[in-house]
Design a protein around this ligand. Structure first.
Ligand SMILES: Cc1cc2nc3c(=O)[nH]c(=O)nc-3n(C[C@H](O)[C@H](O)[C@H](O)COP(=O)(O)O)c2cc1C
Length: 141
């Protein structure tokens, strides 16, 4: 069964998550919003949450956004995490979603960079990896 309603939200400091979120939105023909614009999320089957990791944590504005989600309206969430280590996950986002009873279907780790470390990442192939992940979820759910 193909998921009918998909939304993409992101929070970003250095624009990587914006680039990834927009690529996913364009591939899935889904609305893309920056959480700083305080988007209203009504009934949605699959919500993609795209964000980086900073000192091990998500941005405060992303955590606020997730805290304000209505667990009765969001059926599933998928995390797309951009980080230099390619190891850090959006742990706090996960905890908040779990507390609301929102199912987390999967988390994709996309190679990011920090200063000179992994300079130039995410590159085209990294972004395509995130798009393929998102398409796969949309088709298989
Ligand atoms: C201030 C700062 C702290 C960071 N801390 C981490 C970290 O703890 N772990 C990690 O894997 N990457 C870390 N990174 C790398 C970012 O997570 C990575 O560049 C990510 O792609 C940024 O996403 P954004 O451009 O959407 O803000 C850090 C980057 C910055 C600028």
């Amino acid at each position: 069964m193909q998921v009918e309603s998909v939304r993409v939200v992101y929070a970003t400091k250095t624009k990587h998550s914006k680039k990834i979120a927009e690529a996913i939105g364009s591939a899935l023909k889904a609305e893309v919003s920056n959480v700083t614009d305080r988007p209203r999320v009504e009934e949605v089957e699959l919500l993609f949450i795209v964000g980086g990791v900073y000192g091990g944590d998500s941005l405060p504005e992303l955590l606020d956004f997730v805290r304000n989600l209505d667990g009765d309206k969001v059926q599933h969430a998928a995390l797309v995490t951009s980080c230099a280590s390619k190891k850090h996950r959006q742990e706090k986002v996960r905890q908040i979603l779990a507390g609301k009873g929102i199912d987390i279907v999967d988390e994709f780790l996309c190679q990011g960079s920090f200063l000179l470390y992994k300079w130039g990442r995410p590159n085209k192939r990294d972004v395509q990896g995130a798009v393929d992940f998102a398409k796969g979820l949309q088709e298989t759910m």
